[in-house]
Design a protein. Sequence first.
Length: 339
Amino acid sequence: MHAVNSVHFCYPRNSSFKSWEHETLANVKKEFFAYGIDREYAWCDSPEEATIIVWLESNTFKFSDHIRNVETEPLLNRFPEKVFCYNYDDHPAGFIDGVYAQMPHSRFDRGQHRCINLMFQHNELIYDLTDADTQRSPSLLCSFRGSFSHPIRPAMFKVCEGMASPHALQIVDKWYNHSEQEKSDFVQELLDSKFVLCPRGLAPYSNRTGEAMAAGRVPIIIADDSQNFSGIEMERYALWLKEAEIARLPELMLQNESRAGEMGRIARQVWNEKLGRGKRLLNLLNLIMELKENRTAVVDMDYYRARWHSHEFHRAHGWTLRQRLERKVKQTLRQVVRS
């Protein structure tokens, strides 16, 4: 099959990257050819000749001063209409159009964004799970491991304390520095669970949603501002619970326990088709092409500057002068109270 569309992957020039991100581009290229994605798209080393240019962005927080960085990006200035990003920031600002793993629903714009699962899970063991592994009969009603990075999480722990059904909830204060044994234990716990609790943390999105799918288990998403994955019918395999209704969690699980097995099977099927190795890059590129082909606006640097310098853009991220002053006053008051 002749590849019609070509793609140039690269890093933005004016961004800083964390230690584990320096190999992302090399790993993308390796997977691109290892899994036959080159049958659908052509790898292009030349940004001039590429149909689309995909920035692999860092997950470092980006504030209003980042506007200067994107305004001076050479490729964006030359080819604003074909530069897109893959972004997995906890609090993405949405500087350029593209695919976002953690864009909240309140800021999601279908003309600018698509949403997918975190494309490169930090626990790589979930990619090694086989369909046979996921057919284990779970002994736990639900499980969760994570820190108290949002108030909904301790509230969830309190609700689950009184459940008679076996469950496993554990506080873990680590950040991408888990041992191999801890990673393995976590995967085994996923397989042992009918439901995987996915409460919001620093962002509405939770990595556990994808991890649950890989394990063929049912994610329960407890995040009012979460955005569904683009092009995937999540209601077939996931459950949602409003944060204010956290007390209903045991009831929700018991009501759906009888169909957890079938929902988990669908979750695993969707993972295999869209999100696992060999599918995640193809899904990313297809979403970017869909976004590109359905644009109605003329995309040039004026298009982006109008966004970056608008009051609405700054207000949405808490960057206005008034918002910064209000935060400063609140911080001062808290310090006074503590003293």
